[in-house]
Each structure stands twice: as C-alpha cells, then as structure tokens.
Design a protein around this ligand. Structure first.
Ligand code: GP9
Ligand code: MN
Length: 708
C-alpha cells in the first residue's frame, strides 16, 4: 500500500490518528462525558489531518512530494507532542497566542522543558523510527507517478466535507462552541487539535489586527469619558473597611428572587437560602435590591471581568478567552497589591483552563490560583461536570487560605448551583432538600442546589469565625447571572405567584437581578440600598470602602454608594437598559416601577429614552475600545504599574506560600503563622442538609456522612 503516493498519505494519516487517540486517552484529560463525545474524539483528528497531508498530492515532482509530505507530517506531530508536554504541566492546550508569547510561556515552563519529558512519550516518535527504517532500507519504493490533480482535489473536498460534518456534530453537542469558546478542552474534544490550532490562530489574528490599529490618542478619549463619568465616593463610607482581608464569594447562577424565597413542597414551606438571607438583612451588611447582572455569552467570565476590572464582557464570545491572557489590565488584585500590599488567590473546583482563567488571572495580578488540581480527587459522589462540589472546595481551600499573608484578597468561585442543577445526585445525604414540582426539571432542581450553596457558604463563615479571620475581613457576595434562562421563565412563573399567560419581557428583565452584598463584620449601620446598578459598578464601590481613591483609574462603573451615581444599567445587548424609571428589554420599553409597557411615547419621553440609550451604548463602546485595542497598555500612572505576569506561576503553590512565610520569619502574619504554625483545617465543618434537619434516621449517629 505504501508504494503508492496515496497509500503513503493514508499510512501517515493512520499513524497520526492512532497517536491522537493515544494522547486523548493517556496524556490529555478531555473530560469526555458520553458516547456521542467519545465518537467525536474518535473522528475529529481526521479531517484537518487528511486535508493537510493530502495537499502535497498536488505536487508533481517526486522528491518534492515526499519532502513536503514529510515536512507536513513532522509539523503535525510536533504540534501533538508539544501539546502533550504542555498539557502535563498546565492542563491546557497551546494556543497560538501562547506560541507567539514564547518568552512568558517558557518562563512558565521553568528552567528546562527537557525536565518535562517522560519515557512514555517515546510512543509519539516510534513511527519515525519505522519510517526511516523502511525508507533507508528501501523496503518501500517512492512512487514517481504524479497523482491525478482531480483525484487530489477529491481528497481535499472529502476532507472539507468531513470537517463540516465534524463541526455540525460538535455544534449539536455544544451550541455556540466556536463563538463562546469557553474552554480549550471543549474545543479539542469537539474538533481535534489541528482544527483547534487553526481556530486559535484566527482568534489571535483578529485580536492582533485591532490591537495594532489602536493608538494612545484613543486612550485619551477614554480618559475624558471616564473622568466625566466618575462618581466620587460618599465620605460616610470611604475607607470603612480599610486594610481588611477581602473575601469575594461568587454565587454561581444565583438570582435575587431566591432571597427570602420559600419553596412550597411536600406540604410545607422550605426556606431555600436561610443563611444568605440572614446576611442580606444583617445590620453588618450593605445589600442591594436592584443590582443586575450584565453578562452575555461569556457568562461567568463576563461577570468576573466586570466585578474585577470594571470593564464589560464582549458583545460576542468571552473577554477572558479572547484577550484575558494578553491584555494589560488593572484588576482588583493588582490594585490592592500595589496600594495596600495585599496578597491574592482564587479558589475554584473546575480545571484552571476553563474560561482561560489560568492565563487571565496572571494578567489580573492573582498571586495564586487553586483549581481542581489543588483539591481532593473528583469522584462521582463529590463532583459533577463543572468540578468539585462547593463544600469540598471550601474545605480543601483552607490548607492554602491559611497560608496567605494578610491582608489578602481571596475569591471563591462556587459551582454546584450550576445548570443542570443535578450536581448533588451523587451525594445521597444531600438529597434532603425537596425538589420543586413544575414540568421543568431544571427549575425543579434549582432550589436544592441553591440550598446546598447556602449551606456551604454558612459552613465557610463559621470557619472564618472559628479561625479568627472573620472580624478582620469583609465578605463580598454576588450572583454572577441568571440560573433559569428566559425560555424557562414561564414555567417558573407559578412558583413566583405569577400567571404564565401574562408573562412579559418586563418580567424577564426584572428577573435579571442578582444579589450583591458587602458584609462588614462589626459594622452596625448596614442597610438594603435600592440604588439601580450592576456588576460593572462593583469595583469602584468596593475600592472606596477599602479607602482607595479611584478617580485616576480607567473604570467604567460608578460607586453604588455615591450620591452622584447615574443609575443607568446598561445590559450587554445593545438597546437593553434598566433605570429606576424605564426598562428597555428585547425591543420593548416599560415603566420600571409599574411594568406598564410604553408603546407610544410622547416627545418628552422619547427624548429621555434616547438620552438613556446613548449613555448606555457609550459605556459599552468605550469598554469595547479599551479591550479590543488593548488601550490600557498606553495608560500611565505613577502609583499604579501594569502587572509583570511572568513573575507569577501557578505551580508548586503551597511551596511558594511556605517559602514566603519562611522568608518573613517572625513577620509572617498568615493565619497559619498566627496559629503557632498549626493548621486550622479541622475548624471547617460542613454538615449536610439531612444532618441539619434530622431528616434521615442515621443522620445524628454518623459523622462520616458529613461532607466532606
Ligand atoms: C466553570 C464555571 C461555569 O468553571 O465557572 O461557567 P458558566 O457556565 O456559568 O459561564
Ligand atoms: Mn456562571
């Protein structure tokens, strides 16, 4: 077979395919969930490989054909092996932007990439020995007959067809896969390594193009906008939490309607989130009742971007995925490190590459990022597709949290309350909270997982108190975005005491509220503010409470506690906004207070609406200009420097923490050091719902059932 040109091409394709399958199963972890995805991984290395290996078939000259064919094969294999090595270190695939930024990538790889080689990798070059052998020993003949051009074209066309089928199947498995691009793992799982590399080359090309067209003058325009838009802090709140630890708890998919909600089920009422409710009403909490999420396709990543950089997510795709790893940024961790010497860390039970967090967090100045690799091994009973369940994540985080030098800025991204709201199905003792009884299973499970999240947060608070962290900290809690999508809201309506028949876009808009609370232990003048705002406003609000002047920073939100706040909430879809007076959503306009639709506005109303629309769309387009042009690279501030992300590596993190403490000696003020170099791990206790409510007969006797 190898004596013909086509046979040779197909043999190389076969070798390459087998090695891909090997890599998928042995060296990568693709998180394959079902048979359909397995099938996708089996076929996806083929189309692009056939395409590129088939291209030399157009070449007439024998020597040229074999040389080019080999070259293509070497490149394909080099890419595969490089990804295998990279994956073993970073649990991620190599994007083209990483290749281009080889300096920082190799810095991340440590002194020598050679150390990363493992004997098992020999499998990836075995075929080369074989090929060299058969050609040198003339076991096969080179085929001097040029391949028929039409037949060559047929090969190209066939690979194109295969690729289209692959893409279509991938899209069925994960709608909007390419536009959202949420995880490199998902992409490779769906379209294979070669296609992923082409995809990422295109992303990088687009980003670079816009970046190279942007100039420093553009930033000057932005600066004018920002200073006109600046809302100065209210002296009453400025600095009331100065120098305290900041603990941010990202409440996954948590909507405002859950606050104080009681689910009617099994013949009685069940308060869904009693602990978070108590925080909401606490005298030590500044809470907001009209705080809206402003995310689009980047969902969680959009929320994180807004909360920590006070810039929006993108109109299409995710900022963190497309720009997060490259753009100059001035995010909360970096500002706090420079102004008040904070250390910083993120805790999250999913793999670090999801939403490109592993790269973005470096640009944001996070010293540490503890992802699933830092925590207990995931099993069927303690995790689900988005990672380790929250109680385990909180429990496992303590080993690292207690090592952070204070003051610290620590962010916890919870995950159990994520669609499809079945994360607890493996955990029998958590099934105590009843399911709702609507025709929609997603809605039915939402309350039980929210209850679990509530209990996880409560357990964590109890730990903070027991470990002596609480009094010197402030805790910020926010819901990242809706948990129940608009298409399901009519099924939710009856649980909210509404009639699904009369459900409107106004009702959808109002459900985009999420909690935002700043809990300040010891503070006794807490209240619930009804100021209208959104995620974009969080960073300046927080920084002012911490006593940091933001007047010179490029932040697009406004302090929610400032009397100068405009209260115009721009949603990411153009033309969508919410103010205390008007709501514009899905092409319709309403009075926010009454919900009455405005179909024929008079001239005066028309003018007001137009003005609001302009303010909202200006805020979005300024954000787009900053992000797509990477304008913050031109920003100049004596007191605030861009991050040098090459100094940050998320490897051997416990060692890094311990050696910092050692260097500081007596001066180390981590919880661990303050506790006489003893761990506080055992102070974390997370009883299950069943144990708390004594709903299972074994609950009081078995302490082993408590998670974790
Ligand atoms: C995954 C998690 C989910 O790591 O943050 O993101 P989402 O699907 O909500 O955008
Ligand atoms: Mn989310």
């Amino acid at each position: 077979m190898m004596n013909s040109r086509l046979g040779f091409v197909l043999t190389l394709l076969l070798f390459y395919w087998l090695k891909n399958l090997w890599a998928y199963n042995i060296d990568f972890s693709l998180d394959v969930g079902n048979l359909y995805q397995i099938f996708l991984t089996v076929i996806n290395p083929l189309p692009i490989a056939l395409l590129v290996l088939g291209l030399p078939l157009y070449i007439t000259n024998t020597k040229a054909f074999y040389t080019v064919e080999f070259a293509v094969y070497i490149i394909l294999n080099f890419l595969l092996l490089a990804n295998v090595i990279y994956f073993s270190e970073f649990t991620d695939f190599i994007t083209v932007s990483t290749m281009l930024a080889s300096g920082s990538a190799s810095a991340g790889l440590g002194d020598s990439a050679l150390n990363l080689l493992k004997p098992g990798y020999i499998i990836y070059i075995l075929d080369f020995f074989f090929l060299i052998y058969i050609f040198v020993r003339k076991k096969v003949n080179t085929d001097s007959r040029p391949f028929n051009k039409r037949a060559a074209f047929a090969v190209t066309a066939l690979s194109g067809l295969f690729f289209s089928i692959n893409l279509f199947m991938a899209e069925v498995d994960r709608p909007q896969l390419l536009t959202r691009g949420f995880s490199n793992t998902y992409l490779v799982r769906a379209i294979g390594l070669p296609a992923f590399t082409v995809y990422s080359a295109n992303q990088t090309y687009q980003a670079q193009k816009e970046r190279s067209e942007a100039t420093a003058e553009k930033l000057a325009e932005v600066e004018t906008y920002v200073s006109d838009h600046y809302a100065k802090p209210d002296a009453k709140y400025f600095g009331i939490a100065k120098n305290r630890n900041v603990i941010v708890i990202h409440l996954e998919s948590f909507q405002q309607f859950l606050i104080d909600y009681k689910l009617n089920a099994d013949g009685s009422e069940h308060e869904v989130t009693p602990f978070i409710n108590s925080l909401y009403h606490s005298q030590s909490t500044i809470s907001f009742s009209n705080f809206f999420h402003q995310v689009k396709a980047g969902k969680t990543s959009d929320a994180e971007t807004m909360m920590e950089t006070s810039l929006f997510g993108l109109n299409t795709g995710s900022y963190m995925v497309n720009y997060g790893g490259d753009n100059t940024a001035y995010a909360a961790p970096s500002i706090l490190a420079q102004k008040d010497n904070y250390s910083s860390a993120v805790f999250h039970g999913n793999v670090g590459s999801f939403w490109n967090r592993n790269n973005t967090y470096k640009q944001w100045g996070y010293n540490y990022f503890f992802d699933s690799a830092s925590f207990s091994e995931q099993t069927k009973s303690n995790s689900f597709q988005y990672g380790l369940n929250d109680k385990y994540m909180f429990a496992d985080s303590i080993t690292y949290l207690e090592q952070l030098q204070q003051p610290f800025y620590a962010k916890y991204i919870t995950v159990s309350n994520h669609y499809p709201y079945t994360s607890l199905s493996g955990e029998a003792d958590e099934e105590g909270f009843p399911l709702a009884d609507t025709g929609d299973e997603t809605i039915n499970g939402y309350f039980a997982t929210a209850n679990y999240l509530d209990a996880s947060v409560e357990a964590f608070f109890k730990y903070l108190q027991a470990a002596g962290i609480y009094d010197n900290s402030i805790i910020v809690l926010y819901g990242d975005h809706y948990g129940i999508s608009n298409s399901r809201n009519t099924s939710l309506a009856s649980l909210l005491g509404k009639d699904p028949e009369t459900w409107t876009e106004y009702d959808n808009a109002m459900l985009q509220r999420v909690p935002y609370m700043i809990h300040i232990p010891g503070y006794s003048q807490g209240f619930i503010s009804d100021t209208y705002g959104g995620e974009i406003d969080s960073l300046p609000t927080l920084l002012h409470l911490l006593g940091i002047d933001t007047s010179q920073y490029i932040q697009l939100g406004q302090d929610l506690l400032s009397p100068d706040n405009d209260q115009i909430v721009a949603l990411r879809t153009s033309g969508y906004y919410i103010t205390p007076e008007y709501t514009s959503y899905s092409g319709r306009t309403y009075f926010t207070q009454s919900g009455e639709e405005i179909t024929n506005p008079d001239e005066e109303t028309e003018a007001k609406l137009k003005e609001i629309r302009e303010v909202a769309s200006m805020q979005l387009s300024i954000s787009d200009a900053i992000q797509t042009g990477d304008l913050l690279r031109f920003y100049n501030n004596e007191d605030l420097k861009p991050m040098d992300s090459s100094k940050i590596a998320y490897t051997d993190q416990l060692k890094q923490l311990e050696s910092t403490a050692k260097d500081l000696g007596q001066k180390s003020n981590s919880i661990f050091s303050q506790n006489g170099n003893k761990t506080t791990q055992d102070l974390f206790q997370a009883p299950s719902y069943a144990e708390l409510h004594d709903t299972s007969p074994s609950s009081s006797s078995s302490s082993s059932s408590s998670a974790p």
